[in-house]
Design a protein around this ligand. Structure first.
Ligand code: TYD
Length: 227
């Protein structure tokens, strides 16, 4: 598994405001001369988009939903994400495996062990290098979705957007559990901050991690350093 490129993922409950930040990060990476692939889940491939349409519109058992989303993810990894990373491109993805833990396990109540088994097979070890988790109260997210839909003249909600506050509260809690387990990999953002401030934080986080000028290590003071 080659890791020449970087794999950056955006997560959060519906209405958290990921899309604007994904666009801002992708544009900024391009100004840094980085070749990027911007994609999404479920989706990102013809088969994945067909699965997305199915999952967003058809009632189904929660385990079926998880299986379909993981099938879409496997296709996405094999045909888009892994080849892009191997070619040195940076992949910016709107949702990935944490969404399955948050929505299918947290929200729908699928057994965590089912998720673990399927996720292990699906990802085959691939992890995002960094996950931005857009965290906000579920009532605020619901207001934002309503405002966005009114502005778009959008009247039909998909199966997830129609869910209750309790569902989104469970999804949010599950996301926070995942983030707390691996603080190095997750950057939890207060999605109630102004958009411009969020963009600053996202760009600064990436810049600091991968674009900061390398500072010289001070001479060893007798303290062992890893690597
Ligand atoms: P998203 O693209 O964020 O929705 P929108 O186009 O409305 O911004 O995601 C589509 C929905 O899919 C979202 O409600 C969450 C759901 N989803 C899961 O339930 N599990 C998953 O693993 C993924 C990736 C998404």
């Amino acid at each position: 598994m080659s890791t020449r490129g970087r794999f950056l993922v955006f997560e959060g409950i519906d209405g958290a405001g990921k899309s604007t930040q994904i666009a801002a990060l992708t544009a900024w990476l391009q100004t840094q001369g980085v070749a990027t692939v911007t994609t999404r889940e479920p989706g990102g491939t013809p088969v994945g988009e067909a699965i997305r349409a199915l999952v967003l519109t058809h009632e189904m058992h929660a385990e079926t939903e998880l299986l379909l989303i993981c099938a879409a993810r496997r296709e996405h990894l094999l045909t888009v994400i892994e080849p892009a990373l191997a070619a040195g491109r940076w992949v910016v993805c709107d949702r990935f495996a944490d969404a399955s833990f948050a929505y299918q396990v947290g929200g729908r109540g699928v057994a965590p062990e089912r998720f673990r088994q399927l996720d292990e097979w699906t990802r085959a070890g691939r992890q995002p290098d960094l996950v931005f988790l857009f965290d906000l109260p579920v009532a605020t997210a619901a207001q934002r979705r309503a405002q966005r839909d009114a502005a778009d003249g959008h009247t039909e909600c998909d199966r997830f957007e129609r869910e209750s506050e309790a569902f989104f509260a469970a999804v949010r809690a599950a996301y926070r559990v995942r983030a707390a387990q691996d603080p190095q990999r997750y950057c939890v953002l207060d999605a109630q901050l102004p958009t411009e401030r969020l963009t600053e934080i996202v760009l600064a986080t990436v810049a600091q991690r991968w674009f900061a000028p390398k500072t010289r290590q001070p001479p060893s003071q007798g303290v062992a350093h890893d690597g």
